[in-house]
Design a protein around this ligand. Sequence first.
Ligand code: GCU
Length: 596
Amino acid sequence: MKKLAVTVVMLIVACLTLVAEEVGQVTNIYGRENVTSLNGMWRYIVDVQERGFYDYRMNETPWGFFLDAHQKSPMDLVEYNFDTSSQMHVPGDWNTQSERLFFYEGTVWFRRTFDYVPKEGKRAILYFGAVNYEAIVYVNGKKMGRHIGGFTSFNFDVTDALKEGKNNVIVKVDNKRHKEDIPTNIYDWWNYGGITRDVMLLEVDETYIEDYSLELDKKDWQHLKGWVKLNKREAGVEVTVSIPELKVEKRVKTNADGEAELSIKAKPSLWSSENPKLYDIRIEKGEEKIRDEIGFRCIETDGKKIKLNGKQIFLKGVSMHEEAPFSGGRANNASQAHTMLSWAKEMGCNYVRMAHYPHNEHAVREAERMGVMVWSEIPVYWTIDWKNEETYANAQRQLHDMITRDKNRAAVVIWSIANETPHSDARDEFLSKLATYAKGMDGTRLISMAMEVTSASNYHNRLSDNMNKYVDVVSFNQYVGWYRDVNDASKMTWEIPYNKPVIISEFGGGALAGWHADKETRFSEEFQENMYVENLKMLDKIDGLSGMSPWILVDFRSPARYLPDVQDFYNRKGLISNEGQKKLAYYIMKKYYSER
Ligand code: GCU
């Protein structure tokens, strides 16, 4: 008995001892070699009381499920068993893969086994595209680390935890909501829990290329600039960056920080919606080869104009949630993105607002290939815990990780730091720090946020937001016709006292696809159609109107939309139903964009 107790204690200590740490984001995982996908069927155990993590005195003694114990003799007490537990697909949310988990918010433990052969001089990086909301990751019973935030990628160096032969990775996923989180505990979308994006195992040298940037110099369109960064502070390492189509081959050597500047004379064909030109880019260090597709373009503002490559543009957009068309659930792949972006393009869009959180990398790359510009956003949404320093650190971390992942994506033209946040000094301080941080990370893109207008009088609306000086584009949501009588639309005036371009980041209303009645009947297609007609006439009067992203392309699940036989836990503001039926209002937008 004493021996067993000692063993258990040793195992607990081993489990509690971090044998790894979260390493910097390994960007462009899909363009790297020696990558093994761990996608597929994972075993899972639903742990409502987190008994696999706490003992009955609520001490953190994670000795439970991930010891992967097996009954060694009929006498052994084992009250869980991954091998005989249910399975679900990763990537994927649990809500749409198990009826019993549709509304579930709590902990689910996941396990994947895999074979591995450690190699001398190689490191193994375990990559997660996203886990919603908190992930605690173990490899062979050893804790790798914890990540919070449901929409950004993270990775651990797990080399020292791996062994020859069969290995296991176990993840404690907890999607409970908390006031101090980002997003906070209320929001108008479904809280899909799970390992919601790809899981990959990457094998690299001890010294590898962790990250890189390559962009068009805003001041000289025949100059590309950027940098390469190793995982270590190692000087004198040679890295070659080549762009075959432009006959460019640039050799650089890293400095003492393990970084190297890139400055390349070239005359690329510029990326745009009409010409979504991407160049094959190769970044190589010895045997390490990374391939990317990068487009070069310049996005800027000039007074109330938005200019792409020096030409004024109008952002003909639509908002999107990251929800799989037809099947529902958290979207996670290029094919789903292609379907939704095709619907947007068919409607005449050259732009989408990927709301309210960073969408998966496949979706952003698909938009880039299809020539669709992107507004990418962190979920600083509604009533954030503005005075909480940990909340700010979480928001800034998610902003950092969103920009780090997508900084080389030509399609992304706007970083958004918030949506509909109630005004206060604490809110202004929180958001101005975020906006400044975003600008510091990336001076090539526009910064915005979805503000709220305040009504100056019954029919006169004024946009008055202290954040106006921190954004490049002023954007706001308005719902005349849905949260206010549509007959007021023709009487409304809008005052936007800032010499900046204006985007209407949301407007719209609901309709149950296929339900027809007169235009006064709420939730009929005719009601929604008329609301769009009246809104477009009203919005066209706004001076400096440079774009819009009506809410929303497709009906999406929300726990706040209860109405039986009409909503059934769907927000019905889609221009298309969750079954792909285009509503009358879709054609109003299509006509409007064709005439823009
Ligand atoms: C808000 C919010 C959206 C929400 C929409 C609605 O503007 O930004 O996330 O879905 O209103 O009420 O449908």
